[in-house]
Design a protein around this ligand. Structure first.
Ligand SMILES: Cc1cc2nc3c(=O)[nH]c(=O)nc-3n(C[C@H](O)[C@H](O)[C@H](O)COP(=O)(O)OP(=O)(O)OC[C@H]3O[C@@H](n4cnc5c(N)ncnc54)[C@H](O)[C@@H]3O)c2cc1C
Length: 489
C-alpha cells in the first residue's frame, strides 16, 4: 500500500477501499459534501477521505493506515464537537455513524452500545424496557463523544455522569489493537477514557449500566427572567431532591407556539426539569419552581423519559460561539450581571445556560476518573449565534466579556463544552495531577500523538523517563516516547 506521508494517492485510496468492509468516500465521490458535514455550520473542512467503518476491524485498518500515512486522523461519532474536531482538512475521518447495534440485557440492566448511536436512539430503545442511562440534553449528540468527555445531563444528580455508568469499553489503540477496557483490564486506560476524551483510542462499543426509569415528571417551564427569579431558581435547584436535575436557559423567549406572542424576544428562564422518581414526589419537587413567578408556559408533566428528546430540525447547522465555566453560586448580584449582559447584546439568540450539579456526581471521588470537577457546583455555558465572520468577532468579544464577568473561584472547565481554545483551557479541564496522569497514560498508549484532533493531552516527553501508573504513582522507567510525532500538541 502506498502510504507516502500526508497524502492520499489514488493507489493508496483504492487499496484502502479494497481492504474495508465499510465505505471510503473521497472528494470525487457522490455524497462527499453530506459526509463531511458536522453539526456546526461554520465547520467547513475538506478531508482527503471519510471512512464510514462497518466494524472494529475496519477501525483498526483505518487507524493503522493513518499511522503509516501520516494523514491527520479525525474521529467522528455524532459530529457535535464544539471545536470541530471530528473533521480535518486534508485528513482522514474515521466515521463511526454506521456502528449502531445496541444489545440491552434487561435482566442484568446493562447494555452494549456501538458508538455510532446517538443519545436519543439509545434512550428511546432503553425506555422500551423501562430503563435508562443518562446522557445530555440533546438527542442527536453521539454517545461516543459525550461519554468519553464525561456526560452531564438530566440524570446527573440522581445517577451521576454518563461515565459513572460506564462498565467497560472496546477500544482500538494507536497500534491498531482492539482491547477490552474495564476495571480489571487495562485499568489505566479505563480511568483515562472516563473524561479524557478521544486521546487514547477509538471506542467502538461501550457497556453501560441501566437504571429503572419508567417515567419522569419533567418538561419545559418558562418563567420571566428577573434577577430574583434566576437566583431563586438556582437556589431551588440546589435544594431539590437529587431525583431532580434542571437545565435553565436564560435567553430571549423564542417564538414557539406555546409562548404567548407578547413574550417573544423578552428575557425568560426557559428551563427543562426532570424528576426521576415517583410521580407524586415529582409533583411535589417541581412545585417550588412553579411558585417562583407566574409561569409564562408550563409543560411539566409525567412523561416517558425520551420525551425530553423531541425530534430535532433536519438540516439545523447553527454557527455559534460558546464559553463554558463552573461557578460556586448565583446570587442576586450575579443574576443581575446575567440579565444585564443578555440585555446588552442584540444577537438573535444568546443564552446563559445554568446547570446546578451535585448529588450522585459529587459523591464519586475526584481522582476516580479523568473527569476532575466532581465538586464544582454550577456549570454555566454562555453562547451566542452569529452570522458571518464580522458578526462572529462581535459575538466572540461578547461571550468572552460575559464569561469574565461571571468568573468566580473555580477555574475548571468541562472538556465537552470547550470550543477551539488554547492549551491552557485544556489544562483547566484536567487540573493538577489529572493532567500528569493522563499525559503519562497517553505516552504509554499513544506516544506519537496519533489521536490529536481532540482537546489534546500530548504525551509526556521522555525527560523524566518515568511512567505514571493507573493510580497516579510514578514507577520505574517506561518506554521512551517515540521521536515520531503526529501533528500539533
Ligand atoms: C447541541 C449540543 C448539545 C450538547 N449538550 C450536552 C449535554 O447536555 N451534556 C454534555 O455532557 N455534553 C453536551 N454537549 C457536548 C457534547 O458532549 C460534545 O460536543 C461531544 O463531543 C459530542 O459527541 P459526538 O460524538 O456527537 O461528537 P463528535 O464530533 O463525533 O466527536 C467529538 C470528539 O470526540 C471524540 N470521539 C467521538 N467519538 C469517539 C469514539 N468513538 N472514539 C474515540 N473518540 C471519539 C473525538 O475526539 C471527536 O473529535 C452538547 C453539544 C452540542 C453541540
Amino acid at each position: 500500500m502506498d502510504t507516502s506521508p500526508s497524502s492520499l494517492t489514488r493507489v493508496s485510496a483504492s487499496e484502502l477501499r479494497a481492504a474495508l468492509t465499510g465505505r471510503l468516500i473521497t472528494p470525487d465521490d457522490g455524497g462527499y459534501d453530506q459526509a463531511r458535514t458536522v453539526f456546526y455550520g461554520d465547520i467547513d473542512r475538506r478531508p482527503a477521505a471519510i471512512v464510514r467503518v462497518a466494524d472494529a476491524t475496519d477501525v483498526a485498518r483505518v487507524v493503522s493506515f493513518a499511522r503509516q500515512s501520516g494523514l491527520a486522523l479525525a474521529v467522528r461519532s455524532g459530529g457535535h464537537s464544539i471545536a470541530g474536531h471530528s473533521v480535518a482538512d486534508g485528513g482522514i475521518v474515521l466515521d463511526l455513524r454506521d456502528l449502531r447495534t445496541l444489545d440491552i440485557d434487561p435482566q442484568q440492566r446493562t447494555a452494549w452500545a456501538q458508538t455510532g448511536l446517538t443519545a436519543g436512539e439509545y434512550t428511546t430503545a432503553a425506555a422500551a424496557h423501562g430503563l435508562a442511562t443518562g446522557f445530555g440534553d440533546t438527542g442527536s449528540v453521539g454517545i461516543g463523544g459525550i461519554t468519553l468527555g464525561g456526560g452531564i445531563g438530566y440524570l446527573v444528580r440522581k445517577h451521576g455522569l454518563t461515565i459513572d455508568d460506564l462498565l467497560a469499553a472496546e477500544l482500538v489503540t494507536a497500534d491498531g489493537q482492539l482491547l477490552r477496557v474495564d476495571a480489571d483490564h487495562h485499568p489505566d486506560l479505563f480511568w483515562a477514557i472516563r473524561g479524557g476524551g478521544g486521546n487514547f483510542g477509538v471506542a467502538t462499543r461501550f457497556q453501560f449500566r441501566l437504571h429503572e426509569l419508567h417515567q419522569i415528571v419533567g418538561g419545559l417551564l418558562l418563567l420571566p427572567a428577573t434577577p430574583e427569579v434566576i437566583a431563586d431558581f438556582v437556589a431551588e435547584a440546589d435544594a431539590a431532591p437529587e431525583e431532580l436535575s434542571a437545565i435553565a436557559n436564560v435567553m430571549p423567549a423564542p417564538p414557539l407556539p406555546f409562548v404567548p406572542a407578547e413574550h417573544h424576544g423578552k428575557l425568560v428562564v426557559l428551563a427543562t426539569l426532570a424528576y426521576a422518581g415517583a410521580v407524586q414526589d415529582g409533583q411535589r419537587a417541581v412545585a417550588p419552581f412553579r411558585a417562583l413567578a407566574t409561569p409564562i408556559a408550563d409543560l411539566v408533566r409525567p412523561m416517558p423519559y425520551p420525551g425530553l428528546y423531541p425530534p430535532e430540525e433536519e438540516g439545523f447547522h447553527p454557527t455559534a460561539v460558546l464559553r463554558t465555566m463552573f461557578v460556586d453560586g448565583i446570587d442576586r448580584p450575579v443574576a443581575e450581571t446575567i440579565v444585564e449582559h443578555l440585555q446588552a447584546s442584540d444577537a438573535p439568540l444568546r443564552i446563559a445556560q445554568l446547570r446546578v450539579l451535585g448529588g450522585a456526581m459529587a459523591r464519586v471521588p475526584t481522582d476516580a476518573t479523568a473527569f476532575a470537577h466532581r465538586r464544582s457546583r454550577i456549570m454555566v455555558n454562555v453562547t451566542a449565534l452569529y452570522d458571518g465572520p464580522a458578526d462572529r468577532a462581535v459575538r466572540e468579544a461578547w461571550v468572552e466579556e460575559f464569561a469574565a464577568a461571571l468568573r468566580q473561584g473555580d477555574d475548571g472547565a468541562y472538556v465537552n463544552f470547550l470550543a477551539d481554545e488554547d492549551q491552557a483551557r485544556v489544562h483547566q479541564a484536567y487540573p493538577g495531577r489529572t493532567w500528569d496522569r493522563l499525559a503519562a497514560i497517553k505516552r504509554r498508549w499513544d506516544p506519537t500523538n496519533l489521536f490529536h484532533r481532540n482537546q489534546n493531552i500530548p504525551p509526556t516527553t521522555g525527560a523524566a523517563d518515568g511512567e505514571v501508573s493507573a493510580d497516579g504513582k510514578r514507577a520505574a522507567a517506561g518506554a521512551r516516547a517515540s521521536t515520531q510525532s503526529h501533528g500539533r500538541a
